[in-house]
Design a protein around this ligand. Structure first.
Ligand code: SAH
Ligand code: SF4
Ligand code: F3S
Length: 477
């Protein structure tokens, strides 16, 4: 018997009670106004937050709101915030600041702030004192309580600051309003136990808790049956899926087991997942991927730094030798695997030598893509209190050197793809040119091609005719 930490059904029922009451109120407002009520959900941060926003939108619809994409049209604005770097917090605060005018023009409008930023006590206080027109604040542990908050706010009129739950649990069964009809997120676990010294996530997302495999498999199956083509399984460290689960008889069910079971679902689809922590990426997982039919040949394995000394100070629990071993095993088992990484530059105490070790690792591993970040001190994390913080100009200069090297490598990796025939999932007209269509390969590389509307959401076979650093160019065959 495995014991998963799921929010009690009684609490979900209690929230459903609030949901129904808000729906009644929305219906009567709709009649008075002669139009439906509108909700606008704005998302900052990672895929986990995007997935949460789809739940927020789902709950809003269940409460009688329609979703709109223009804040000025909204009767309810939900800002789902991120705290991973200072820039993310500044952006969210600046947007919340701009909503003051909307609220002045439409005093009945409700504004709620949720997500990682406001799971921090000092940010909750910040909103309380500096943004008096924000109606309610709720952190990541209490997202399921949105109906209760909206109902209480409408009935009592007071501003509300939902306290964090004592224990962070999995809320099953929240409605999801998905943005896309062919790409989907599926959270398989929440929270993080790793406490990398630079990172705020464990403080704002609580401890790791896994969803039940049967719930995940049922959700993926439903998506595949509904025609979804690309499904990304989400967790801060998917490799520790199942490790938080108490089991009387010691029976284990890990991420590789989950992938193997998902792969049995029949249909034409690909499974991606993120993020993998290098300390836990097992051979068993790689073997399952190599033998699978539906698991994409793509792997995002954040290295963070190429210096063993810095990795230790980051509390990452692996060294470059272990990292290279994992990459090597991957390429042996799946030679055409696409590997990407996250890199932080300017971690406290990073010397020129440490930084050069990162450049060296980039040359050695030859990632297809990297997402690079300038270290941003986060309040109350160990790294923020470390001595030898790196000055901004040095961080910036290292960041640019890193990008320049990675751009060269990405181009070198992409060039040999010219002439290859690839299956690409089409997303629609590209951002910059309506006549050019854009899609993504199994390895998540962008391909531009001459497509049409009927390609959107379908796999298209393309011959790659030109490769550049950030995109491939294809022709239909
Ligand atoms: N759980 C994932 C990623 C979480 S955050 C993982 O472990 O890889 C996404 C990325 O943001 C991290 O991989 C890291 O590269 C970066 N990041 C996290 N905290 C940061 C900080 N304080 N400053 C700069 N980058 C940071
Ligand atoms: Fe942050 Fe590390 Fe957890 Fe990733 S594994 S979320 S970087 S603490
Ligand atoms: Fe940001 Fe929270 Fe994701 S801090 S990166 S939105 S888990």
């Amino acid at each position: 018997m495995r014991e998963y930490r799921i929010l009690p059904e009684a609490e979900m029922q209690r929230q459903n009670g609030f949901r129904d009451k808000v729906k009644e109120l929305s219906e009567s407002r709709k009649e008075t106004l002669g139009r439906p009520l509108m909700a606008y959900v704005q998302t900052f941060g990672c895929q986990q937050n995007e997935a949460d926003s789809e739940k927020i939108a789902g709950m809003c619809r269940a409460m009688g709101y329609e979703i709109c994409y223009e804040p000025a049209l909204a009767d309810l604005i939900m800002v789902n915030t991120c705290a991973v770097r200072e820039h993310a917090e500044k952006k969210a605060l600046s947007i919340i600041g701009q909503y003051k005018h909307l609220k002045n023009a439409k005093p009945d409008m409700l504004i709620g702030v949720c997500g990682c930023m406001v799971t921090q006590e000092h940010r909750k206080e910040n909103i309380k004192h500096s943004y008096p027109y924000v109606d309610f604040v709720l952190g990541t542990s209490s997202l399921h309580r949105l109906p209760e908050l909206i109902y209480t706010k409408i009935k009592k009129g007071k501003r509300l600051y939902c306290p964090e739950e004592k224990e962070y649990l999995v809320a099953e069964g929240l409605p999801i309003y998905r943005e896309s009809s062919y790409r989907a997120w599926v959270s398989i676990m929440y929270g993080c136990n790793n406490f990398c010294t630079y990172c705020i996530v464990p403080y704002v997302r609580g401890r790791e808790r896994s969803r039940r495999p049967e719930d995940i498999i049922a959700e993926v199956k439903e998506l595949v049956d509904a025609g979804y083509k690309d499904i990304t399984l989400l967790g801060q460290n998917v490799n520790s899926y199942g490790k938080d689960v108490r089991s009387e008889d010691g029976e284990m069910y890990d991420f590789a087991d989950l992938l193997a079971d998902i792969d049995k679902i029949e249909g034409d689809y690909k499974i991606h997942f993120m993020t993998s922590h290098p300390k836990d990426a097992s051979h068993k997982l790689i073997d399952v991927m190599a033998e699978s039919k539906h698991i994409a040949r793509q792997f995002h394995l954040p290295m963070q730094s190429g210096s063993d000394r810095v990795l230790k100070a980051m509390n990452r629990h692996y060294d470059t030798e272990k990292y290279l071993g994992t990459v090597e095993y991957f390429r042996k088992k799946i030679p055409d695997v696409t590997i990407s990484s996250d890199i932080i530059v300017g971690f406290p105490g990073e010397t020129e030598e440490d930084f050069e070790a990162t450049l060296y690792m980039l040359e050695k591993v030859r990632f297809d893509m990297t997402y690079s970040f300038i270290y941003s001190p986060r309040k109350d994390t160990p790294a923020a209190a470390m001595e030898c913080q790196i000055p901004d100009d040095i961080k910036g200069e290292r960041f640019n050197r890193l990008l320049a090297l990675q751009n060269d490598i990405a181009l070198e990796k992409n060039k040999p793809m010219e002439g290859e025939i690839l299956r690409v999932l089409c997303d629609g007209p590209s951002k910059n040119n309506d006549n050019v269509y854009s899609g993504r390969t199994e390895g998540n590389k962008i391909v531009l091609f001459d497509g049409n509307e009927s390609d959107i959401g379908s796999f298209v076979e393309l011959k790659i005719v030109r490769a550049e650093t950030f995109a491939l160019y294809g022709e239909k065959i």
